[in-house]
Design a protein. Sequence first.
Length: 766
Amino acid sequence: MNLRVSSLLVLCCAGSLFAQETLDEQFSGNRLPDTKLLTEERPLHEVMVEQISLYAEDILGQVQDARWAPWISRNGEPAKMTQEEARQFLRKYIGAVDPAVEHPEIHRRTLMDESGRRVESIRWDVMEGVTGDGLMVQATDRENCQGVVVLLADADTTPESLLGWYQVRLDDWKLVQGYVDAGYDVYIPRLIPRTQPDDAFRDKRLNNISPREFVYRTSFELGRHPVGYETQRVLALGRALHAEFPNQEIQLVGMGEGGMLSLYAGALGEEFSRVVVRGYFGQHRRVWEEPLDRNIQMGQGLFGNAELATLIAPRAVSIDISPVRPYEGPKADPPIRDIAGPGTTVSPEREEVMQEFGRVVQYMVASGGPVHVAILEKPIPKKDLAFAIPEGLDVPKRVQEHQQQQLRELILHTQALLHRSDKVRQELWNSADRSSIEAWTKSAAEFREMVHEDLIGKLPLANAEAMNPRSRRVIDADDHVGFEIALDVYEGESPQNFIASGVLLVPKGIKAGERRPVVVCQHGLEGTPFDTITMDESNRAYGAYKGFSTQLVKKGFIVYAPQNPYKGYHDFRVIQRKSNPVGRTLFSYIIEQHRQSLHWLATLPYVDADRIAFYGLSYGGKTAVRVPPLLVDKNEDGTHKPLYCLSICSADYNEWIRKNCSAEDRYSYVFTPEYEIFEWDMGHLADYSELANLMAPRPFMVERGHNDGVAPDEWVAWEYAKVRRHYTFLGLEDKTEIEWFNGPHTINGQGTFRFLERHLNWSANQ
């Protein structure tokens, strides 16, 4: 053999050896290259949830500190909005937006009229299908009537209690006699209670959800709220009284829950000449510790108690610092299930009252007018009541029937909104241009921004310069390795920062220079990445996940299993409570965690950043319709660059709005422990089909077991049909599908695996 031929053979053999070189050596250490060693000893999900909770609390505190009523000029700068514009914002965020009866009338029925004592049962129209209910006590001296007092008691104090007829507590009942003897007609609206009546809607699942929380759960997703409903009831009463007694002053006096409502109603209705607040006026810095039915989207962004008081001015506001009875939170005795949102009420301390009072004074001085707010050092007058129970009146039965009627009206109103909500969404999304893929892509960018801003709530973009990757080896199998990962989302320490974390699975045998597709495998509620990895059939997690992360890495995919922060029951649910008041949700954080994770994955030399797919089960399925459709980077030319190339929703896809709001179906979240699940006014913005459509032209798939208790097949089919139609109109019918299988709430891993292989252009045999 001559020298030339020998040299060629050597070169060929060397080239062949080089072509077969793998990256396995890079994965042989206790950490990944270019990462620090992860040394955190606590479970990463605990660290994550704690950090996000502190971050949310810190942001809420910053908003509370920086708040300034934008309808009042500051430092010589003009006001940013008018008072009327502010009232429109307020109506929107408490859900007081339904058309009201223009000229409501009070319908009266006499319960007692003897010895100068007159009590009437009253009812008045509020809006379609909704009335107000209560009692009226007539002034003792009719010839010298001083005016009208609308008395709003605390949530669990009935009008009958204030007359000494039913469950009299403390001495609140003495208030009515004080006003009556002072020459006022007293009108006492009935509020929805926090105690548990035997109402017609509880029989789906026995639980300790209060009537007020029940209204919250059925209404929040539809842009309505118990605060808005009851404010509208009070406003309608005020209009009716003003029409009936145009020359008399109408005072609005509220205690506890009624004190809160008096601020809202006073800010929105000009019929009330004076507002008195007892046992509520304060800063409410820790709103997440109050009852769930006080959770208001953007409730701390513009409108604290001081801001509401400025909207009442120039009418007088009086603050009674005397306390009201506290509410100690929901209780449950077996067989009642304890699934209600936790929360208590406590009357603000004097120091807190005075701090918020000082802010009102500051506003009024800044506006250049007189100060119309005062501390009521002399409490609301009280006298012993002399009313006997009318003969033949079954007071307990009356209370129960009237409470149920008032509750039933609101629930039926929410159900009517639910049944009409798809028409509202359809009208909104019909403005999108579906004439071509290019036209749709442009329209989708606008709707994506709307959904992210108005529904999810935006955080600052994850800081790619601050990710500080840490890793540690946790798996060494025959054909793959696994590393636990932690990344910083922002720069700095908690509470200004929180982590993103997960487990990276890498197949052995990846060749040098090869870039493979990634499948992000997302766990469900109370899960961890390891739940998606385990192949131990005795492990409870295997029943749901079937080790789909491990199955996919064995097929040659790189797999990343992120930790999402929905773990820890109350610990993670309180994040939603801390976030809603500033217009954010749990998914605000999840989106930025995934952004940082995908940016990091894109830096790995063996990852094809253009082929990163998402596959999530259950709460991971919720993630599948929120994160991949919305997670985009903006290019320099303003166009959007999606970070996920496809999405698979498993064991969650359904008619989401109905699942959140239905008071009729056992599938509904109205009857489950997930009190954090509700997203403000989603019913009128986007259901699952609209969110999934934002994936187009990227592939989208649904995996659905016939026996999955999330929802019935009919709900799933109804909602998916709209996605199929959308993709078909765009000529993309080959990029979406649904797989039905005969099974429960679980990964099936058949059609979905084929879907991944096809659209990621990958075969296990290549």
